[in-house]
Design a binder for this molecule. Structure first.
Ligand code: GCU
Length: 627
């Protein structure tokens, strides 16, 4: 009997799975989700901690038909249902579970999340003035879920997403009903060798629904994607000779509808520039790269000093979406980085996407403003958002504040280079990072990796990623954080095959921390590539408030001295176009366990985890004032 029951179970489970999973509702990421009316699903969500995934697998590790996604309730007194979302504890979403429930501080595993919601009648589908469009769609949008998410709406599986730092959305229109709806998300943040990032990384593996969840209203026909970019003017061949600005500047525009419909009129209007242009879609529903001109003297370029953003409206049929677009060009010329044709030195700092005080994933405008204002206090015009795409508000607030951005995917340390799924995973995260932020004027560098060990497999993996990135966006610079190898005691040489794939050669160096600070004055740097150089990490740890002689590790004086020596050393590096010291603020890491000093924090911040400035802060600030 048992045998047959198991067989029945397996067959039935499979049948049910096929039904429940039949039609995944994955649709391409919508561009500028903030431009659409939406119903927020943020707030209290019930959760069930499911260490052994009892809610997903049966005792034979087959996907169970009685999974928690069914949200089953006892119908008869004798019914056996061993979970109940409605009686389970709640936590505020978006957040990470590690800082929401102290029992989950170190937890890595599966947690189920449940939200009941009624449908708020959607206002006129999109933007101002347009009437309700018959056939309106509802997209269920997640800003990010770390790491592996299965999503169910009213018991139906709508999709499976892997990757903890990029958004995804599902068209759930046909699953929604008037009255009560439920969304259930199975979130698993366990680490595996084939993942991206892989098993070990120097930051806290915050788990959960870490960014906004919303139900976005779009008409049946909407703009899946669009992009603007300013065509560079031919930059003067030699340094110092004047840039000849043409009378008019060329703006490129392209767009993609959610449906392959020819003959659709897509209108772009930029009132402040008195621009109103209409383009017609081709058979694929695309507006291929089209240009329009604007008088140079009328166009304010986006710069850190003047982060000018223009109100732009793009409409097609009943759909219209507004956005704020800045126009600027970014290029390299030999060892210089040129912003709007002029050389710029990138006075940067590295940042993790962690709340300004006390840890936990950052996910709000306020978190972004606080972290970025600390960077501006340092005198920064640039931030390296490490080692994964940060929340969208971080990038948009930086754009408003005039802060340039390096954005990165978590291809970090030793990834499973030979594993095709790992490559697809990295490629998806790269695609979504660029898809979300490619209209942000302040984003100038896409970084595809950090501190990866040299090997032919790694070179192939990263080479393909770099080339792929250029097919998605050829208007920005590509880079990665490389490592230098010690040519001899005091000569550091950058020797990386990836140099031919990047526009900017960047590397991390830790003279003074993982190597004696007294070597700094003697160091020679050999960087045999005629490309701009960014020192993407340098620094050392200090416990805020710990004072002592400058050779006593962990004191603020030690870190201060390290910065003094490093800044002087960096001044001697030919072709240095910028730096992003490690790091703005102490951040949580499971790899940092020294009691009374680290206590699960990486202490290389210039600010403590409570926002207190350490002595080294003032060294870097002074150095940047001189730049
Ligand atoms: C590495 C790495 C960082 C890490 C840092 C450190 O360079 O890129 O993620 O936190 O070093 O050791 O503190």
């Amino acid at each position: 009997m048992l045998g047959n029951k198991r067989l029945q179970t397996t067959f039935f489970a499979l049948a049910c799975m096929l039904t429940v999973w039949a039609a995944d509702k994955d649709v391409p990421l919508i561009q500028n989700v903030m431009g659409y009316e939406s119903q927020s699903l943020n707030g209290a969500w019930n959760y069930i901690v499911d260490v052994q995934e009892e809610g997903y697998y049966d005792y034979r590790m087959n996907v169970s038909r009685w999974g928690f996604f069914q949200n089953a309730k006892p119908q008869k007194p004798e019914d056996l249902i061993e979970y109940d979302f409605d009686k389970s504890p709640t936590m505020q979403i978006p957040s990470d579970w590690n800082t929401q429930d102290e029992k989950l501080f170190f937890y890595e595993g599966t947690v189920w999340f449940y939200k009941k919601f009624g449908l708020t009648p959607s206002p006129s589908p999109v933007g101002e003035g347009s009437s309700k469009d018959k056939g309106e769609r509802r997209l269920l949008y997640f800003g990010a879920v770390n790491y592996d998410a299965h999503v169910y709406v009213n018991g139906q599986h709508v999709g499976h997403h892997v990757g903890g730092f990029t958004p995804f959305n599902y068209d759930v229109t046909d699953l929604l009903k008037d009255g009560e709806n439920t969304v259930i998300v199975k979130v698993d943040n366990k680490r595996h060798a084939e993942d991206v990032p892989t098993q070990i990384f120097d930051w806290w593996n915050y788990g959960g629904i870490t960014r906004d969840v919303k139900l976005v209203s779009v008409p049946a026909l909407y703009l899946e994607d669009y992009s603007f970019s300013l065509t560079p003017v031919p930059s003067p061949k030699s340094e110092g000779s004047k840039i000849s600005i043409p009378k008019t500047r060329e703006i490129s525009f392209s767009a993609k509808l959610n449906r392959a419909e020819a003959g659709q009129q897509v209108t772009v209007s930029i009132p402040e520039l008195k621009i109103e242009k209409t383009f017609t879609t081709d058979a694929e529903g695309n507006v291929q790269c089209s240009v329009f001109n604007v008088q140079s003297k009328k166009l304010q370029l986006w710069t850190p000093e003047n982060p000018k953003l223009y109100q732009v409206k793009i409409s097609v049929g009943a759909s219209a979406v507004s956005d704020e677009i800045g126009f600027r060009t970014i290029e390299t010329r030999d060892r210089q980085i040129l912003l709007n044709g002029k050389p710029i030195f990138l006075k940067g700092i590295s940042i993790h996407n962690e709340k300004p005080n006390g840890g936990g994933r950052a996910n709000s405008v306020e978190d972004a403003r606080t972290l970025l204002s600390w960077a501006q206090e340092l005198g920064c015009n640039f931030v390296r958002l490490a080692h994964y795409p940060h929340h969208e508000e971080m990038v948009r607030e930086a754009e408003k504040m005039g802060i340039l951005v390096w954005s990165e995917i978590p291809v970090y340390w030793t990834i499973a280079w030979k594993n095709p799924q790992t490559y697809e995973n990295a490629k998806n995260q790269l695609t979504d990072m660029i898809a979300r932020d490619h209209n942000r004027a302040n984003v100038i560098i896409w970084s595809i990796a950090n501190e990866t060990p040299h090997s032919p497999e790694r070179d192939t993996f990263l080479g393909n990623l770099a080339q792929y990135a250029r097919t998605l966006d050829n208007t920005r610079l590509i880079s990665m954080a490389m490592e230098v190898t010690g040519a001899s005691n005091y000569v550091n040489r950058l020797n990386d095959n990836m140099n031919k794939y990047v526009d900017v050669v960047s590397f991390n160096q830790y003279i003074g921390w993982y190597r004696d600070v007294n070597d700094a004055p003697k160091m020679k740097w050999e960087i045999p590539y005629n490309k701009p150089v960014i020192i993407s990490e340098f620094g050392g740890g200090a416990r805020y408030g710990l004072h002592g002689p400058k050779n006593q590790r962990w004191t603020e004086e030690f870190q201060e001295n390290l910065y003094i020596e490093n800044c002087a050393m960096l001044d001697k590096i030919e072709g240095l176009a910028g730096t992003t010291p490690w790091i703005l603020k102490d951040f949580r890491s499971p790899r940092r366990v020294l009691p009374g000093v680290q206590d699960y924090y990486n202490r290389k911040g210039l600010f403590s985890d409570k926002g207190e400035k350490k002595k080294a802060f003032y060294v870097l600030k002074r150095w940047y004032e001189g730049k």
